[in-house]
Design a protein around this ligand. Structure first.
Ligand code: XMP
Length: 507
């Protein structure tokens, strides 16, 4: 088990991914709230950061239980931090140090850099530089512009590198992480989906015992995998509830209930559409809409949990990007992008404890886990769909008529992707109903109707995404079908923004 202390870098999640690609389990914890018990961690990595060690109140956690006692790797800010606070000197760098660079010196015979070529490409992203190494340090790598690109502390398993080994553009980055974690720290490479299932099921069994658990199913990959893991662990004590919030895709409620019949799960469908739509009436602010949906969701769960006698746990299919994008709400160092309603806990009066078996893993890893427990490729291949559903794809306020329009548009788009064999090459797709009317002409009549934006993205984890170059013939067909068949829409546009700087959903 590897601990990654997060100083707020945009690349911290990538460190976790790279480590897991080595089949090693890792956990990210905010630097200002590190775990109290460090005994289970075999190695520690310090992330980069938007902060400067020379700024006011730089992140400065106490590493006395780590440095010199456990294998430690500082990356970028982490490297500067280890220098600045141990007798070295960090100053502003004279040359720009962003992007591609090449090593010009790699210390021979250094196990940490074994297999790294002497001119290996590395990725830099910093404005400070290490001018003087800390006490006891030996330089192990340089680039043309950065003399102290890598160093180690003699007599300790402490290493530091100015560049980012976690980005794909650092050609030997994964090798360096492997050298550090496997060769130096001796961490076992045993994190596979099968091992994850085994340890998670065992952990759920001992955590939950004979208690009853309720779980909100959404029909999506995450909650289905979470439910299946729990079912393996506690069997009939798992009570699944599938809530129709009135913001699902067309026919989704009945289709999904049918799909679960075959899985042996104990599922109850609850149609609460009217409650959700009432709560959303007149609400047009994205965060207010999410909060209203979150509130009603909790109320519906509260009502339902009372019907399950002695339910003491609420299980959720929260995955890692949900946690990280909402993390500042819980005191972490990165910024809140969107407050995903399914993160952030429950009101005290519910007295349910929360269990989230997928909290530390990414979507593609959830799919690998799902495959290893035998879920069908069709189910695992379903596109992600946000908890607040169409509410965050109808920009502005929500009415039943707008929901109907968007359901029809979405249905044509998604069915079209399936019919044209494009569905599986797209990571996520959907339609947005825009709060603008525009002028059109249909059968010699002037129209003044709604515009919809189609969005299809490719991604591996939802953290970054790019728009998909769908074939023009396909877009032409879908656009025609939408305008001809969906009353109230006279214009279709396609979203060609990547994430970042845009997000996948428009709200
Ligand atoms: P964004 O829009 O932040 O979305 O690029 C990234 C992924 O998260 C989904 N998403 C949500 N999921 N509750 C959810 O359960 C939410 O409030 C929410 N907002 C976005 C989005 O569909 C995409 O897969």
């Amino acid at each position: 088990n590897v601990l990654i202390l997060d100083f707020g870098s945009q690349y911290t999640q990538l460190i976790a991914r790279r480590v897991r690609e080595l089949n090693i389990y890792s956990e990210i914890k905010p630097y200002n709230n590190p775990p109290k018990d460090l005994s289970s961690y075999k190695a520690v990595i310090l992330s980069g950061s938007p902060h400067s060690v020379r700024g006011e109140n730089p992140p400065h956690p106490d590493l006395s239980e780590i440095k010199g006692k456990k294998p430690l790797l500082g990356v970028c800010y982490g490297a500067q931090y280890l220098a600045h606070f141990n007798g070295g000197e960090v100053g502003q760098s004279n040359t720009r140090e962003y992007g591609r660079a090449n090593l010009s010196m790699v210390k021979e015979g250094e196990p940490f850099l074994e297999g790294v070529s002497s001119d290996s490409q590395v990725w830099m992203s910093h404005s400070d530089t290490i001018k003087k190494l800390p006490e006891g340090a030996i330089r192990i790598a340089s680039t043309h512009d950065v003399e102290n690109a890598g160093y180690k502390i003699e007599g300790e398993d402490t290493y530091a590198i100015q560049f980012h080994p976690e980005v794909y553009h650092s050609t030997d980055g994964k090798k360096i992480l492997e050298n550090f974690l496997v060769k130096i720290a001796g961490v076992a490479q045993t994190w596979t989906p099968d091992a994850f299932v085994e340890t998670t099921v065992a952990a759920l069994k001992s955590k939950i015992g004979d208690d009853r658990v309720i779980l909100g199913l959404s029909g999506g990959v995450d909650s289905t995998v979470a439910a299946t893991l729990l079912h393996k662990a506690i069997g009939e004590n798992l009570h699944c509830i599938f809530v129709n919030n009135g913001l699902l895709r067309k026919n989704e409620y009945t289709d999904v209930l049918k799909q679960y019949e075959g899985l042996g799960l104990n599922v109850k469908g609850v149609d609460a559409s009217a409650r959700f739509l009432d709560a959303l009436e007149g609400e047009s602010d994205p965060e207010a809409k999410r909060k209203a949906i979150g509130r009603v969701f909790v109320e519906v769960f509260d009502d339902e949990s009372k019907l399950v006698e002695n339910a003491t746990w609420l299980a959720q299919g929260t995955i890692y990007p949900d946690v990280i994008e909402s993390v500042s709400a819980t005191g972490g160092p990165s910024a809140t992008i969107k407050s995903h309603h399914n993160v952030g806990g429950l009101p005290d009066y519910m007295k349910l404890k929360v269990v989230e078996p997928l909290r530390m893993i990414f979507k593609d890893e959830v799919r690998r886990v799902g495959a290893s427990i035998g879920l069908s490729a069709e189910l695992l291949g379903r596109h992600p769909f946000p908890g607040p559903g169409l509410a965050i794809r109808i920009l502005g306020d929500i009415t039943p008529e707008k929901v109907r329009i968007l359901q029809e548009v979405d249905h044509i788009f998604i069915n079209g992707l399936r019919e044209w064999g494009l569905y599986d090459s797209v990571w996520q797709a959907g339609a947005m109903l825009l709060p603008v009317n525009s002028v059109g002409v249909m059968g010699d009549e002037r129209t003044y109707e709604k515009c919809v934006a189609l969005r299809a993205v490719e991604s591996t984890d939802g953290m970054t995404a790019d728009w998909v170059h769908l074939p023009y013939e396909f877009m032409q067909k879908v656009s025609n079908d939408i305008i001809n068949k969906v009353k109230g829409v006279n214009r279709v546009v396609y979203d060609i923004s990547s994430k970042p700087p845009a997000t996948i959903e428009w709200e």
